[in-house]
Design a protein around this ligand. Structure first.
Ligand code: SF4
Length: 522
């Protein structure tokens, strides 16, 4: 069965067009009926390659994007379903993926998702069991035919046909935030992402940066540029950092403020801005555009496409109109003063100051880990021997676990997951220090180095990890393949025992084997 979205994105002669629908909370309310009516118009119009459907946006409940995807597919247009990690654990993800596969809904945009905000009788429990890199790995495994381990032998499911992509946010002001975004992007591509959608933003040098970054890393993957038709009200909310990851600078907000006093309340100017952005994005070489906007009508979308095509031959002249840098914003590449975009020369980061403190606790943890937790060095064999001797001895094991837990609660606010990820994060704990428990890189919601959930209160744990490593020139330790998700088999067990006995996720990474005598004989 053909997939028009996939074909358009992979065809270098076509600019793929997606339109974002936000169906909202309810089943048959106005928002859902409007979304369905818009979908029908797009299907009839024939200019949109896929309709993207948001998944509980803003951390609020809404009708299941998967279901609307199935309904939209029947209209003869491809859905691109947003598939986020905030509300479902890995088994629920697998269940939904089976349903989507059966319904032939194949295009997925995999994202971390905004932190859960509201729900029935209070704030819901955030899930964040898998992150996008791990979710993409699951989808990739399903596309190959998921292996189901059995008592005697494995069986394999029929391969699915998902076409899954990921998001990236280049609109980050600090070096640490941006670098961890790009390291994570590489992990998502290694995990199986087939396309990349940029976060909404109006600094085109940043959009160009994503393309340049992929190019110098020899990652040939289609990029979809984001065009959000921006009214003053939404811009004001974004400017105040009330929509995670959406950046609107003071300069842009001031321009929108002026435009809103026009007789059409600024509608014409914002549609024109969107058309200009379309022309520039096409000019810099994106494979597609992702168009969104509150209450955007199909006719307005067609206007953006037509006007954008009309402006395209002169796109280079428009670049200067999209110069909205964040205050002291960091760019991965040096600026090309001639074009207003980027050269292919990375910014020299060596002497830039650290974006977070990397003080005494960092030094203490480094020292301890060098001594105790580095395989075949110093005290590692002794620790391994001790845990090997106590394995299976319940009382001693419990006492050792209690001592470990006490020390780790005092130093790290340990949550006793038993599958410790501190080694992956410069000795910081993603279970206690990151509200979304991210083990593979920062989510897209941070601003100016602060955590999405605790703005101006707590630095993003990945910013802290980058600073800790950069202090020793080791920041590329974060640029590694995806780390597996926490294995909840280990919950409330000794992570030190699991580590030294080669049971946890670090074992294959560090080459720690199970002691011979402890491997059960089959
Ligand atoms: S600590 Fe970083 S990755 Fe975790 S929720 Fe906050 S901003 Fe996102």
């Amino acid at each position: 069965m053909e997939n028009k979205f996939k074909e358009s994105l992979l065809n270098k002669n076509t600019l793929s067009v997606t339109w974002e629908l936000v169906p909202g909370r309810g089943a048959t309310e106005k928002a859902q009926e409007t979304a369905i009516a818009s979908a029908q118009q797009a299907a009839n119009g024939g200019r949109v390659h896929a309709l993207t459907i948001t998944d509980n946006p803003g951390g609020n409940p809404a009708i299941l994007a998967d279901y609307l995807g199935m309904e939209i597919l029947k209209m003869g247009i491809e859905p691109l379903v947003h598939f986020t990690c905030k509300d479902k654990n890995r088994n629920q993800m697998e269940s939904q993926l089976y349903a989507l596969d059966r319904a032939k809904v194949r295009n997925l945009l995999v994202m971390t998702g905004d932190y859960t905000v509201s729900g029935f009788q209070g704030r819901p429990k955030p899930v964040f069991d898998l992150d996008p890199s791990n979710t993409l790995q699951l989808i990739e495994a399903m596309n190959k035919g998921l292996e189901i381990p059995g008592f005697k032998a494995s069986t394999f499911n029929a391969p699915s046909d998902f076409f899954a992509g990921c998001a990236v946010s280049p609109f980050k002001s600090t070096e640490a935030e941006l670098m961890v975004q790009y390291y994570k992007l590489k992990k998502k591509i290694q995990g199986g992402a087939k396309f990349v959608v940029t976060q909404l933003g109006y600094d085109v040098r940043k959009c160009h940066e994503v393309l340049q970054f992929l190019k110098i890393n020899k990652l040939d993957i289609p990029v979809v540029g984001n065009i959000y038709v921006l009214p003053y009200g939404a811009a004001n909310v974004m400017n105040q950092n009330k929509l995670p990851g959406c950046v609107v600078t003071d300069k842009l907000l001031a321009e929108l403020n002026l435009e809103k006093s026009a007789p059409d309340k600024g509608v014409g100017q914002r549609l024109l801005r969107a058309a200009k952005l379309y022309a520039i994005l096409k000019g810099i070489g994106v494979a597609g555009v992702h168009i969104g906007g509150h209450n955007l009508k199909y006719e307005q979308l067609e206007y953006i496409l037509d006007k954008g095509e009309e402006l395209f031959p002169k796109w280079k002249d428009l670049v200067k109109e999209f110069d909205y840098p964040q205050t002291n914003g960091f760019y991965y590449f040096e600026k090309d003063e001639r074009t207003g975009l980027n050269t292919d020369q990375p910014t020299n980061r060596d002497n830039l100051p650290l974006d977070a403190p990397a003080g005494a606790m960092n030094s203490l943890m480094r020292g301890m880990h060098g001594l105790l937790f580095t395989p075949n060095k110093k005290l590692f064999p002794m620790m391994r021997g001790m845990y090997r001797a106590t394995e299976g001895k319940k009382k001693t094991g419990k006492a050792l676990h209690a001592v470990e837990h006490l020390a780790k609660v005092i130093m790290l606010d340990c949550k006793d997951c038993g599958d410790c990820a501190m080694l992956d994060l410069a000795y910081l704990c993603p279970m206690s220090q990151c509200p979304k428990n991210q083990r593979n890189g920062a989510c897209g919601g941070s601003l100016d180095g602060w955590c999405e959930v605790y703005p101006k209160e707590k630095k993003c744990v990945w910013v802290r990890a980058y600073a800790r490593l950069k202090k020793y020139g080791e920041e590329t330790a974060l640029d590694v393949p995806p780390v597996p998700p926490a294995n909840w088999d280990f919950y409330q067990t000794s992570s030190w025992s699991n580590f030294f006995l080669g049971k946890d996720h670090s074992a294959p990474i560090l080459g720690i084997k199970r002691p011979e005598s402890k491997i059960p004989k089959s």
